[in-house]
Write a protein that binds this ligand. Structure first.
Ligand SMILES: NC(=O)c1ccc[n+]([C@@H]2O[C@H](COP(=O)([O-])OP(=O)(O)OC[C@H]3O[C@@H](n4cnc5c(N)ncnc54)[C@H](OP(=O)(O)O)[C@@H]3O)[C@@H](O)[C@H]2O)c1
Length: 241
């Protein structure tokens, strides 16, 4: 049986990934930060539905380096990691504080990379293992008001390209997905006007659904995708990249 860690399993994209991977037979380490209630309810549904698979809850603040070491110790077998956690800071760079910049850097880049480093021995014990980052279209095209967020999302993409070259000989593949706008909790703060103006930029004229991101994750973990590594796949509804 294959084991996958999904960070941000309490978020909308993470939860959709957990559900699709559980359906495909994976056992899942479901990471959360604050939303324990959502993870408890997700786990009890999964245990009822897939009694032969294992499901674990792992709590960690991924802006803190200590938590990464703890998560690594709490996992035994590991075949794949999906990085689907994160948050943003929505303001001009000139108003962004050093603490906010450090927070975004640690949450999206430093600690995920440290986790990859610590988990590499577990991942490479298998004939094929995978890492997928949920990056962002902003890591490719940039965005005003989210300069630091765009920067760390771009750094994830640069990491994926480099690390893929280093671990290819161990059959560890690593890719990123760069979603445009996804219909999740992260976007509930947009006003109606902001949403309308965003839709004008998206040729398919709608937001992506979390399960559409999860389908691509599920494909990247399949044998059919075993030749894809170091890639970033935009999932944007035609939003220009
Ligand atoms: N929504 C979009 O339009 C969009 C587009 C492109 C990329 N993305 C990326 O997709 C990923 C998932 O976002 P989402 O849209 O699913 O948002 P979401 O529903 O708000 O979920 C965010 C997740 O991140 C976790 N999280 C937040 N801060 C954390 C921290 N300090 N340490 C550990 N976990 C933390 C949350 O945990 P708790 O709830 O347990 O606190 C939650 O599980 C993010 O990396 C985001 O940047 C989203």
């Amino acid at each position: 049986m294959n084991y996958v860690l999904v960070t941000g399993a309490s978020g909308d994209i993470g939860e959709a990934c957990v559900k699709q991977l559980a359906k495909k037979g994976y056992s899942v380490y479901c990471h959360y930060f604050r939303n324990e209630q959502k993870i408890k309810s997700l786990l009890s549904d999964l245990i009822l539905k897939y009694p032969k698979q294992d499901f674990f809850a792992l709590q960690a603040d991924l802006s803190s380096p200590k938590s990464v070491e703890q998560i690594t110790k709490d996992m035994f077998q590991l075949h794949a990691i999906i990085f689907a956690h994160g948050d943003t800071v929505y303001k001009l760079l000139s108003d962004t504080t050093p603490d906010e910049m450090t927070h975004l850097w640690h949450t999206h880049v430093y600690n995920p990379i440290r986790l990859c480093q610590l988990c590499q021995p577990k991942l490479t014990q298998h004939s094929h293992s995978q890492i997928v980052f949920i990056s962002s279209v902003y890591g490719l095209i940039g965005s005003s008001m989210e300069v630091m967020y765009s920067t760390v999302k771009g750094a994830q993409i640069a990491f994926v390209k480099s690390y893929a070259k280093e671990v290819a000989s161990m059959n560890l593949t690593i890719n990123a997905i760069a979603p445009g706008a996804v219909d999740t909790n992260m976007n509930t703060l947009w006003s109606k006007e902001e949403k309308q103006s965003l839709l004008l930029d998206i040729p398919l004229n709608r937001l992506a659904q979390p399960k559409e991101v999860a389908s691509l994750v599920s494909y990247l973990l399949s044998e059919d995708a075993s030749y894809i590594t170091g890639s970033t796949i935009p999932l944007t509804g035609g939003w220009s990249v």
